[in-house]
Design a protein around this ligand. Structure first.
Ligand SMILES: [Zn+2]
Ligand SMILES: [Zn+2]
Length: 261
């Protein structure tokens, strides 16, 4: 069993903190733990967020708080942990905040990083973050039609898959988080994304984050989307999107049940 998306975000990049995640993973029967952090934690990715910071001062404040380390700190920690005898497999990656315009920068930096995997995720619509309690309602959800937001999200996600920059796509249908009606049939979108994921050899996450962090009734992927991905034989990895050690493999029992919906 894998947990393919676990953040170190809320703690130090230290061995002790990593072992807190490893301990929970072992308790929960996880055999492969994929540790990562957002690109916004690392100074080297700063220029990628200029558009976000310029779009609204609140986003700039949000971003400045997120900047904590050099990517070298993560690589050093990876080396240190790799010296240890570990009771499970641990892989190291990055969750990249993808926007089409960031591709040239990403192509210049990602291939040089000795990490095990890269996750591509869409976290913004037209440079506005859509899931921040303090301001996303005003900046995104009250400003645009829900159908436009969904269309822009999935358009960006399609480009993210097709970029060939990533091994894995983060929470592919998380735009559903506030349970708003997109106002159009998403099945053709699911088909298109499945086709692209197959062509570009990326795996898609069945991510429980929206279920336990935003109380979304679906556990992981929308059942129709999951079914289509399986039809296209796209590899699916289970992921908790844990931001704390206690959340590793969160809601996996429920996710097990959801596989047969
Ligand atoms: Zn994410
Ligand atoms: Zn994440």
């Amino acid at each position: 069993m894998i947990d393919a998306h676990v953040h170190l975000e809320n703690g130090p990049l230290s061995k002790e903190y990593v072992f807190e995640f490893i301990d929970t993973a072992l308790e929960k029967g996880i055999e492969h733990l994929q540790l990562l952090d957002h690109t916004h934690r690392f100074y080297e990715f700063r220029e990628m967020y200029d558009d976000i910071c310029q779009a609204d001062p609140r986003q700039k404040i949000w971003f400045e708080k997120k900047q904590k380390n050099s990517i070298q700190d993560l690589l050093k920690l990876k080396d240190e942990i790799e010296q240890e005898q570990l009771p499970l497999k641990v892989s190291w990656g990055l969750e990249v905040c993808y926007e089409k315009e960031r591709e040239p920068f990403l192509r210049s930096i990602l291939p040089g990083l000795p990490l095990d995997f890269f996750v591509g995720s869409v976290h913004s619509i037209d440079h506005f973050l859509y899931d921040i309690g303090a301001f996303s309602e005003e900046l995104v959800w009250e400003k645009m039609d829900t159908s436009i937001i969904y269309k822009k999200y999935y358009q960006e996600l399609a480009q993210c898959i097709a970029s060939d920059l990533f091994d894995q796509i983060g929470h592919p249908d998380v735009i559903k988080l506030y349970q708003l009606d997109p106002g159009y049939d998403l099945h053709p979108t699911y088909e298109k994304l499945a086709q692209l994921a197959k062509e570009h050899h990326v795996c898609m996450e069945d991510n429980t984050g929206a279920y336990y962090r935003y109380n979304h009734p679906e556990i992981g992927l929308c059942p129709a989307f999951r079914k289509i991905l399986k039809q296209y034989q796209v590899p699916i990895v289970w992921a908790s999107d844990a931001h704390y050690p206690a959340h590793v493999a969160m809601a996996y029992d429920e996710l097990k049940g959801a596989q047969f919906l």
